[in-house]
Write a protein that binds this ligand. Structure first.
Ligand SMILES: Cc1cc2nc3c(=O)[nH]c(=O)nc-3n(C[C@H](O)[C@H](O)[C@H](O)COP(=O)(O)OP(=O)(O)OC[C@H]3O[C@@H](n4cnc5c(N)ncnc54)[C@H](O)[C@@H]3O)c2cc1C
Length: 452
């Protein structure tokens, strides 16, 4: 049988290699560390956690709790190692990072079917199937090769993410629909109008908010084209009024007047379950975003499905270049996985590795590639990042807003999430059975990693 090439021994790469080996494929896993490193990695271990040691909540009423449950069902090595080396952190699954990565490295290196090669891959390999999982800090030469393959416009080196608000938590009585210079009351944008007084208060809090520091390799000079909202505010009181909060061309149907300032929200999905706060990319800390953005009229009780951020981040324009199976549109035997596909977060990255592994194996056997059902968190995330109707693609984390709505409306938030969780887990289980993927989780609880 031909070998599968996996490039990058991070969270996605190890999951892909592990799934492939369990299914029965031979794998060559290339990792450039320790010979060459990234600006964030510190060790030579595979699956190093580059920043926080938290894999977020494991509670079933959270998106990350659901993602963990689905990954566990798919025999995730990352989840297995996380439970083995967890440290107390309330409802969050936090790990002893050193032992976590050390353990994953030893498991991967001990697998007969996986050959780990410590070498930088400087261009897209010609062997197939091949999975590229080189992460947000992919080395320069490989980035150049990826850029040449897809075209310059399809690879970004920074993300500038605006927060996303849960559509059900917006107070629509305080907002109005309208496009700039369009008919008041009609249009694609939901506008949150502000009086001068409201603007002054918002502006003051924006200036006072606590922010996350840029890392050394994330020099702010790179971000002129996507300035954080608080940095724009620091340029002067009027800057936002001529920038993302400009009210021109908008008339509030309630007053018949142009408001003093406006915050515009744009639907992230057809149903309006998720709204993007347009132009509000930010480096504010998460609790500060919640505090300050709740001062926006209509968002007083808003829940945030994704917080804003700005990072050094190499990622593809996946809606243009990838299929939801993680195959590239140009070559169906070439896959991408991990943060480079435009998912955001440790577990999101790792989970796409499992799917790329499953699909590379299927391609090896001339079987069609698969996507988990839309009702699952992984399936909905893959559909989102490859949704060709998305115009301004920004990386996305797991959240309940991605899932298709329940058939019957459920008002109680906790109950609704419980039902979404139950539906997701059931459909993942059915999908696993239907496609004979149970082998992925055999022996996982005992740490008995039999290869197919
Ligand atoms: C600075 C920083 C902090 C982050 N903090 C968090 C956080 O706290 N929580 C969170 O959920 N997410 C965080 N993320 C986002 C993301 O979840 C992680 O980056 C995650 O590790 C991505 O997994 P991955 O497998 O896609 O990439 P990685 O884990 O980065 O793995 C990619 C691997 O590929 C290797 N590689 C790169 N180029 C080559 C090449 N040419 N040849 C061979 N090997 C190569 C790298 O050495 C690396 O081991 C952070 C990202 C960054 C950049």
């Amino acid at each position: 049988m031909k070998k599968v090439i996996v490039v990058g021994g991070g969270l996605a790469g190890v999951e892909a290699a592990f799934a492939l080996a369990k299914l029965g494929a031979e794998v060559i896993l290339y990792e450039m560390r320790p010979f060459k490193t990234t600006p964030a990695h510190k060790t030579s271990y595979l699956a190093e956690l580059v920043c926080s040691n938290s894999l977020k909540s494991e509670s079933p009423d959270t998106a990350s709790g659901l993602l963990k449950a689905e990954m566990k069902m798919l025999g995730s090595l990352v989840i297995h190692a996380a439970y083995k080396f967890r440290v107390p952190a309330g409802k969050a699954l936090a790990v002893d990072r050193e032992r976590f990565s050390q353990y994953i490295t030893s498991v991967i290196e001990s697998m007969e079917k996986i050959q780990v090669v410590r070498e930088e891959i400087t261009f897209i390999p010609s062997e197939r199937p091949c999975i590229i999982a080189t992460g947000p800090l992919t080395s320069d030469s490989l980035s150049e090769s990826i850029k040449a393959f897809f075209g310059e416009e399809n690879l970004s080196f920074y993300d500038a993410i605006s927060p996303i608000v849960d559509g059900e938590t917006i107070d629509y009585s305080r907002t109005f629909w309208a496009d700039r210079y369009g008919k008041p009351g009609e249009g694609d944008y939901l506008n949150c109008p502000m009086t001068e007084e409201e603007y002054e208060r918002f502006y003051k809090e924006l200036l006072n908010a606590e922010c996350v520091e840029f890392r050394e390799f994330e020099a702010p000079r790179f971000f002129e084209g996507c300035m954080p909202i608080e940095e724009l505010a620091r340029r002067g009181r009027e800057t936002l009024l001529f920038g993302p909060m400009r009210p021109v061309g908008l008339i509030d149907p309630k007053t018949g007047k142009t408001p003093f300032a406006v915050v515009q929200l744009r639907k992230e999905d057809k149903e309006g379950k998720m709204f993007n706060i347009v132009g509000f990319q930010t480096k504010m800390k998460w609790p500060e975003q919640r505090r300050v953005f709740r001062l926006i009229p209509g968002l007083e009780k808003a829940e945030f499905l994704r917080y804003g951020s700005i990072h050094r981040n190499t990622y593809l324009n996946s809606p243009r270049v990838l299929l939801p199976t993680l195959q590239t549109k140009k070559d169906e035997k070439l896959f991408f996985a991990g943060q480079i596909t435009g998912v955001e977060g440790y577990l999101e990255s790792a989970s796409t590795g499992i799917i790329a592994g499953i699909n590379a194996f299927r391609v090896l056997l001339d079987m069609p590639a698969l996507v988990p059902p839309a009702e699952t968190m992984i399936g909905s995330l893959l559909r989102y990042i490859t949704d060709s109707s998305l115009k301004d693609f920004q990386p996305m984390n797991a959240n309940f807003g991605l899932l298709p709505p329940l058939k019957d409306k459920v008002k109680d938030r906790k109950k609704k999430r419980f039902l979404l969780y139950k539906r997701a887990v059931e459909s993942m289980e059915a999908w696993i059975k239907e496609n004979n993927l149970e082998v992925l989780r055999y022996g996982m609880d005992q740490g008995d990693f039999k290869q197919g």
